[in-house]
Design a protein around this ligand. Sequence first.
Ligand code: GTP
Ligand code: MG
Length: 195
Amino acid sequence: MIHYQDIEYKYSYGTAAQLQPSELPEIVFSGRSNVGKSSLMNKIFQRKNLVRVSSTPGKTITINFFGCEQVNFVDLPGYGYAKRSAAEIKRWGDMIEAFFAGNRKIVLVFQLIDVRRKASGEDLQMLDYLTQKHIPFVIVFTKCDKLNKTQTLQRMEEISQELKDYDAEAILFSALSGQGTEEIREKIDEVVEAL
Ligand SMILES: Nc1nc2c(ncn2[C@@H]2O[C@H](COP(=O)(O)OP(=O)(O)OP(=O)(O)O)[C@@H](O)[C@H]2O)c(=O)[nH]1
Ligand SMILES: [Mg+2]
């Protein structure tokens, strides 16, 4: 069992060269900018501001590590933020590539997708990559508080078509209502218990 109250901020890396090998098994949060990665982590950790959240997309620009004794949680900077400069995009791309190619102890990736939006090319690239590398992942559909029941059902049907090529567990989540929090915690516990 993870004691979420013991989770603390550990360190951040801003360039590929700064990345250090995994100290501990890692659970990673990935997805486009503004999808709600940092908000989800705060919700899971029951912490208001452990992870920085902002309404401005592209808030998280470094790879941030949080953790406890057994495992680290990794907040990746989001992709797909249009207003980034070419140099920023390159730094980001190099860093993410180095992260995933770096022989790390990644035990689970939560791939976040806004429930209201069609999965982007980058989302699909990420899912392809995780599938190819046999990295276990769960898809989390975020911000589900923004849709009513009918809209949610409709989106779930569309999504199951859009993502039919991927064999993945999916969780509906809202940082606002807390929906999906327990499912995500259970998934984390399951993975941590198997370590
Ligand atoms: N309604 C609603 N808003 C949310 C939810 N999750 C996040 N938000 C809002 O979406 C915005 C972005 O949230 P973040 O958690 O910073 O997103 P991020 O994926 O970490 O973004 P980057 O750091 O830019 O990659 C903020 O204004 C949040 O308050 C949610 O479940 N429901
Ligand atoms: Mg963030």
